[in-house]
Design a protein around this ligand. Structure first.
Ligand SMILES: *[C@@H]1O[C@H](CO)[C@@H](O)[C@H](O)[C@H]1NC(C)=O
Length: 93
């Protein structure tokens, strides 16, 4: 009987810890999702779009990945680029 109690207690402890861990993990996920949903990028360097430039060309030229490019240019519509448009090529998101 005493052995069963110990086992039950241990099982309960594991259960409580699991729940605690689950809540902690989901809370931190929520926070990182919230942080991603509202990016406040700062731009250090801009580039003026020239005739024929695409986001891909510019990102490649400045050695930016698509993810980096998108994160510092949240408001740039790459299918509607215009000549002289300023796009960010260096900054932090
Ligand atoms: C980007 O521009 C294209 C062409 O003007 C337009 O069809 C599309 O809806 C725009 N996308 C966004 C997200 O504004």
């Amino acid at each position: 009987m005493a052995k069963l109690n110990t086992t039950t207690r241990a099982a309960l402890l594991v259960l409580v810890l699991s729940i605690f861990l689950f809540i902690t993990v989901s809370e931190s996920r929520k926070l990182s999702i919230a942080a991603k949903a509202k990016p406040v990028p700062t731009c250090d360097t801009v580039f003026g779009v020239r005739e024929g430039d695409t986001c891909f060309d510019v990102a490649k030229f400045f050695k930016l990945t698509t993810a980096e490019f998108d994160s510092i240019n949240p408001n740039v519509n790459c299918t509607a680029l215009f000549i002289g448009q300023w796009i960010c090529i260096g900054g932090t998101a």
